[in-house]
Every structure is written in structure tokens, then in C-alpha cells.
Design a protein around this ligand. Sequence first.
Ligand code: IPM
Ligand code: MG
Length: 363
Amino acid sequence: MNFKIAVLPGDGIGPEVMAEGTQVLSQVARLYGFSVELEQGIVGGASIDAHGKPLIDPVLSLAKHSDAVLLGAMGGPKWDGLDYSIRPERALLALRQELGLFANLRPVKLFSALASASTLKREVVEGTDLLVVRELTGGIYFGQPKGITKLADGTERGVNTEVYTTPEIERIAHVAFRAAQKRRKKVTSVDKANVLEVTELWRKVVSRIHKNEGYAGIELEHILVDNCAMQLIRNPRQFDVLVTTNMFGDILTDEASVLAGSMGMLPSASLGEAGMGSSDVRRIGLYEPIHGSAPDIAGKGVANPIGTILSAALMLRYSLRLEEAAVCIEKAVDETITNGARTADLGGKLSTRQMTDEIIKYL
Ligand code: IPM
Ligand code: MG
């Protein structure tokens, strides 16, 4: 078994955490008898510096022709002044869209040893184990019309449009229900159906899929996004799978990361249609930690590599179909944390490198 992985370190702490993620991946490959061919590509700010734009065709093509894409982080103050159309973030949006990665899975699981690392009380966060299924290629991020236009009186008008069509909602609903079947069998669909027609449709379609497509064993509830934001930090244990729109998912997952002690801990997987639901087809996916490029600590070797290392585990699970190898990484991280290893974001002193060495010991 040989897999081709596109490795896109990106900016800021991206290259630092990526070096550790690929290191763990190579170790696990050795243990489980498969090989990974890691091909590097430059994206984001680094690509702007080298080529004048955040994503060049050869890198997009590399991603398309790989079994999976592992990504670090993109962006930084250096590129903040640029026009939106060529900002580093555009590379991420383009990759998601070009690869058709409409389903973003963001598991938020608290390692119990970290219950006191959160700014929230231990009683609140203890036992948190939820999965946010965020729609990733639609909604207000991509809807037309959009843009800024000049008005006759000299002022300007900015527009973005929140759009969802029935098929877009159907497919993300299926992803959520299928994920719930393998978990605690509850789906909470998050919308703003009391105000926004687009999410009135969202609610209607999610309900129909639940009723008509064989998900009777799953409990479905609907919650308004403002209430959800509050419930997440009031009683996170009530949630199993949350399914929501692109922008609500963006906001709620940053909020939910606090439940896990540190944003540095959390991985994510972005998946497309191919092979969805069938267990024998490999499918391309993009895997990245949910944290950003953290320019304030970049180059210091102190970033938490766990978000990237756990993203590599998700890649083994979803794209390479190597469940045992994925679990091996997750268990090693759990043991490392349980035994007290901590990077600075978790109140400890270990460097990025040292944290990884600890994890490798437990593989
Ligand atoms: C995320 C990020 C991205 C998003 C940005 C960098 C475009 O915040 O992955 O959550 O908004 O989707
Ligand atoms: Mg975000």
C-alpha cells in the first residue's frame, strides 16, 4: 500500500506543526506496513511571496492527484493589506471548492486530563464529545451576488448572499445522519429559521431526509444558532452531532474549541462526494488543524502540534481507510496528555518537537 499525500505547510506555525505531523505519519506507516509519499507544495502567503498568488495551478493539480491533502495554516499580518481576491485565505477557499469538499467534520473531544485547561469550569466541559458537521462549499461564503459597489452619492454598498439549494442541504444532512449512526445517534441541526428563509429551507430539507431516508433510529432536533452558541458553553454534553451552514459552522467551531482546552488540540477533515457512505472507496479529503497561522508564536518552536497530528489520524481514517492506524495515533495522544505532557498553550513548557517525541513514544 502506497499513498500519495500532498503536504501544504502554509504560513506562520504551519511549517512547524506540519513537520511534526508528517513525522508521526511516517512512524505509523512503518508500524502498520504502508508507505506514504509526501509531496510538498507551497500555498497561502508563502505562495504569494513566491508566485504573486496564494494558489498556483501545479499545487492545485498536486492536491487533485493525491490520495489526501494535509494542510498547516495560512495567512498572517504581512498579507493583510492585500486585496481580498489574492489573500492567503483564498487558497483555502479555492482548494475546498475545486476539490468539491463540501463536508467539514470538526470533532470536539475533551481529553479528560485537560478539563482544567479550559477557561470554562471543569463541571461544564467534562465529558464533551461532539462533532460539528459544517457545510463548506456553499452559503454566504460563495453565494452570488457579492461584492462592493459605489453608489451615486459617493457611499458604497457591500453585499454577500446566503444561498442553499435542496441538493446541497440533502448531501450534508446525509453526512450528519451517517456520522450519528456511528456515534450516540443524535443530530442537532443549527439554523436561524425564525428569520432567514434560506435556513427555513435548511430545516425543512433536513427534516425530510431524516423522515424519508431511513434515519428513524436517529434523534433529530432543531436549534436556533443564537441559542446553540449559548447551549454550547452552558451544557455541551447535550450535543452529539451538530450540522450547520458554512458561516454558522465557522463561528460555532471556534467557540466549541474552548471546550477542548485549547484550539491547538483540534483537527478537522473536509470531505467530498466520492465514496461517501461506501466503506470500500478511497476518497480524497483535506485535513488541517482548526487553528490559524499564529504569527505571534511562529518560528519559536512552541506551537502545539496535536491539532495537526490528530488531523493526520483523521486522514488515515477517512481517506486512507486505515482505522487501526488512526486509532493508534489518537490513543498515543491521549496517553501523552494523560501523562502530563503540555505545550505552552496548555500551560506547559514542552516545545513542538518535544511534544511530538512524547507522542511517538506511545505509538
Ligand atoms: C476556518 C477558517 C477559514 C474559514 C478562513 C481562514 C477562510 O476560519 O477554516 O474555520 O472561514 O472557513
Ligand atoms: Mg474559522
